[in-house]
Structure formats: structure tokens, C-alpha cells
Design a protein around this ligand. Structure first.
Ligand SMILES: Cc1ncc(COP(=O)(O)O)c(C=O)c1O
Length: 435
């Protein structure tokens, strides 16, 4: 593929997918020509760099497991396996994905509320490395499943955090009853039950602190506090603290004004902690981090074509051939992503622009006031930092448009990894009863 002249305007955060008007080193126009629009494009080499950069700053005894929910495309997941990380799965479907991607079962962790018996059974029979138990009831169901399989399943117990920790805001460990995990008193009782069980092996604790945290000190504090809780749990249960899973939450900037996470600083804090733990009888303890967004978010972009432009020249409204049916995150968490317009003609003036999708809902708007080169019909527009919580955290069936295609790029080569699905395919799967 060759480059076209382009007029891409956005200020990419360091290390993003957009550089010199190209996406993952390739011409957006050539990608659109080859794969049609809309499409997601993922830069696998950039994902590899992000994995290496994170692992480089982590001390001994820290492992990284990719949170598959962030981007479960098989080719992306398989690439992360080749990068040498483990996997964190939240469902039977994600377990199937990572097994198909070739992950060694011992590197797989399963965490998530509402695991069905058949999902527990699939995890146990696959011999995954560790399963996080979210409630006393789940422990009892897991024991029955493990007993039937004749296997002793290594487990962690999940500590509850305050409810809004899941909404990309900053929150520390609380310990309240809610959807995720257990409050500390319930967790201690459950730990005693687990320690007495022949069917599970209690390794330690798990807690997800908060999503999209770009403050290294906050992330380090979460790990430190969780290890102290793990120590308390192990002491009360009469076990040894062997594993602490601090979840994900490593953040990325979405807006130009946001600063990236200083992960070298995070690494320094964790290294200081490691030295303290080693001196304090926890030399054997391992810590798992489960980043999703941090590894893949900046390595993906969603690209759509402008099908209509209206409004005055000074404040145009561009309508794309895809919107929140393909990328719902901006509407879900009310967080605007940076946009880039790829215009194939001469440089254009920047104007305050609205960019929206084709759905019949006011939610389907990517921006109402971005300063962008005035869009024309036929231009391509990329929504940046869309590699995490993009394709699968969307609403593809709403309004019966085709889905976005997914494309991976590595070593300058682009490859279709998930073909576009058409409304006809959705129709073909339906049954119209002959009543
Ligand atoms: C248990 C668990 N681990 C890891 C993650 C990944 O989070 P992030 O993508 O913010 O790193 C999530 C996200 O919801 C999660 O629920």
C-alpha cells in the first residue's frame, strides 16, 4: 500500500497509531480501498512495544495478564500471547478465545461476576492457573464442580471495591457489598472455608481498584493496600500469601490535555515495594497486573467515511457511515476521543466541527466542537485510541447497518481479521414463525 497526500489533524499522544497522516504506518485511503469502511485498524507492533515497555519497568515477581475484554479479536489476543503475557478472561467465550489463541492454561486467570456452572467446569477442566471467586455461593459451586472433575482448583478471593470504581473514575479499595467481589468480613469467612476445602487451593486475593487511572501513585497505592489485605487474609485463614491480583485500570489519555500514565514511576514504586515485601517474608509472593486498555487502546483506530456534510462553512456537521453502533464508548462514558480527518486535497482551514454517526439517536455523536479541517463528503475520519472497549463494547445491531471490519497491521502488512457482517446475515439467523 502507498501513502496518499493527507491532511490529518489531531495531536496524537506519544506512541499512538497516528503518525504523519498514516495509521499504523499505512495510508488510511489505501486501507479504506482494500477493506471498505467503516473499519477498525490495530497496530500489532505498537501493542508489542507497549507490552515490552510495561514489562521492562516491573520488578521480579510481577506478571502481566492481558484483560481480554478490552479487545477479544482472536488475532489481537494471539499476538499478545506471542508477546509473552498471560490472559485474564471473564467468560466461557473469552476462555475459548484464549485457548484457541494458544495460551498455556497455567497463564490464564478467570475473574468476573456470575460465572455459570458450565463456565466454572470449562475453566477447571482446562486446568487454568487461577480462578477468582466472587462470593461464598460461587465458592460452593466451584467446589462441587472441582470435586466432580477430581481437580483441586487454585483460587483467589475477590475483594469488593466501592460501586463506582468501575466507571472510569478514581476510587480506592472500599469493601462494600455490591456486584463485584466480597466485603472484607465475608471474604475472611470465605477464606477460612476455602482453606479447609479439599477441592480448592487458596493462593491469595484479587481486587480491581478503578478504571483508566493515569496516576502512578494511585495505582501503586492500590497494589500496596491489596497486599496488606492479602497478608491479613492469609494470616486468618492459616495459609501462605502466594498471589495477589491487582486487576487492571492502567489508564491512557483520550483528550489532548490529558497526560499519559508515568509507568516508569509506577515501576519504581513497585520496585520499592518488592524490596520491602522481600525483607518482610513475602519473597515468594507473585503479583499479577491485568491491563487491557493500556496495552491495546492507543494501538487501535476506528475509521469511517463522511457521507454527508451540512450546516454553515464555519460550523459544519459531518455524518459518517458508522457511529456508536460500532464504537459506543464515547457515548457510554461520555468521553470524547481525538479525531483525525484525512483529506486528500490541499490543506484546509480548521473549523469547529460536529461529527456524528448515522443512527437515529442524539447519542450518536463523536464530537460537537472539535477543531478539524473542514470535512468533505468522501473524506475519512479516524476516531483514535479505539483499540480497547471498541468493537465489542458497541451496539452493532441497532439500525441494521453492516458491522465494522477489523484489520490488523504488522510489519507494514495489513490483514483482514474479522470481515464485515451484513444485515442480510443478521436476517438469515432469524426465524419468522409461520403462524
Ligand atoms: C477483573 C478485571 N481485570 C482487568 C480489567 C481491565 O481493565 P483495564 O482495561 O482498565 O486495564 C477489567 C476491566 O473491566 C476487569 O474487570
Amino acid at each position: 500500500m502507498t501513502a496518499t497526500r493527507s491532511n490529518a489533524a489531531a495531536a496524537p499522544a506519544a506512541g499512538g497509531i497516528l503518525e504523519a497522516g498514516r495509521l499504523a504506518g499505512l495510508s488510511p485511503a489505501a486501507l479504506a480501498e482494500a477493506f471498505g469502511t467503516p473499519f477498525y485498524v490495530y497496530d500489532l507492533d505498537l501493542i508489542g512495544h507497549r507490552v515490552a515497555a510495561l514489562r521492562d519497568v516491573l520488578p521480579r515477581g510481577f506478571r502481566v495478564a492481558f484483560a481480554v475484554k478490552a479487545n477479544p479479536a482472536l488475532a489481537v489476543v494471539a499476538h499478545l500471547r506471542r508477546c509473552g503475557v498471560g490472559a485474564d478472561v471473564a467468560s466461557g467465550g473469552e476462555l475459548e478465545t484464549v485457548l484457541r489463541a494458544g495460551f498455556e492454561p497455567s497463564t490464564i486467570a478467570m475473574t468476573g461476576p456470575g460465572k455459570r456452572d458450565e463456565e466454572l467446569a470449562a475453566a477447571v477442566s482446562a486446568c487454568i492457573g487461577v480462578l477468582t471467586v466472587e462470593s461464598p455461593g460461587e465458592l460452593r459451586r466451584l467446589e462441587a464442580v472441582a470435586a466432580a472433575a477430581g481437580r483441586r482448583q487454585p483460587i483467589l478471593l475477590r475483594l469488593a471495591v466501592s460501586e463506582d470504581a468501575r466507571l472510569e473514575t478514581v476510587r480506592l479499595i472500599g469493601g462494600v457489598e455490591g456486584k463485584f467481589g466480597m466485603p472484607l468480613d465475608t471474604l475472611l469467612d470465605t477464606a477460612r472455608a476455602a482453606a479447609a476445602s479439599r477441592h480448592v487451593e487458596l493462593l491469595g486475593v484479587h481486587a480491581f481498584g478503578a478504571s483508566n487511572v493515569r496516576d502512578a501513585e494511585q495505582l501503586a497505592k492500590h497494589v500496596s493496600e491489596l497486599v496488606e489485605i492479602g497478608r491479613q487474609v492469609a494470616a486468618q485463614a492459616g495459609t501462605q500469601l502466594r498471589l495477589v491480583d491487582a486487576g487492571g485500570g492502567l489508564g491512557i489519555p483520550y483528550a489532548n490535555r490529558e497526560r499519559p500514565l508515568d509507568f516508569a514511576r509506577l515501576g519504581r514504586r513497585l520496585t520499592e515495594m518488592r524490596a520491602r515485601w522481600d525483607a518482610d517474608g513475602l519473597g515468594e509472593m507473585e503479583v499479577v497486573l491485568e491491563p487491557g486498555r493500556f496495552l491495546v487502546g492507543p494501538a487501535g483506530a476506528y475509521v469511517a467515511r463522511v457521507v454527508d456534510v451540512k450546516g454553515p462553512d464555519s460550523a459544519p456537521v459531518a455524518i459518517l457511515d458508522g457511529g456508536i453502533n460500532h464504537l459506543a464508548r464515547p457515548a457510554l462514558v461520555r468521553s470524547e476521543h481525538r479525531l483525525a480527518v484525512f483529506a486528500t486535497d490541499a490543506v484546509r482551514a480548521l473549523v469547529r466541527t460536529t461529527v456524528a454517526g448515522p443512527l437515529c439517536t442524539g447519542l450518536d455523536v463523536f464530537t460537537t466542537d472539535a477543531m478539524l479541517p473542514r470535512p468533505h463528503v468522501g473524506d475519512l475520519i479516524a476516531v483514535l485510541d479505539a483499540g480497547a472497549y471498541g468493537f465489542t463494547e458497541s451496539m452493532p445491531l441497532f439500525l441494521s447497518h453492516p458491522t465494522a471490519a477489523e484489520v490488523a497491521v504488522s510489519g507494514g502488512r495489513a490483514q483482514l481479521i474479522r470481515p464485515r457482517m451484513t444485515p442480510t446475515e443478521f436476517l438469515d439467523r432469524q426465524i419468522n414463525p409461520d403462524w
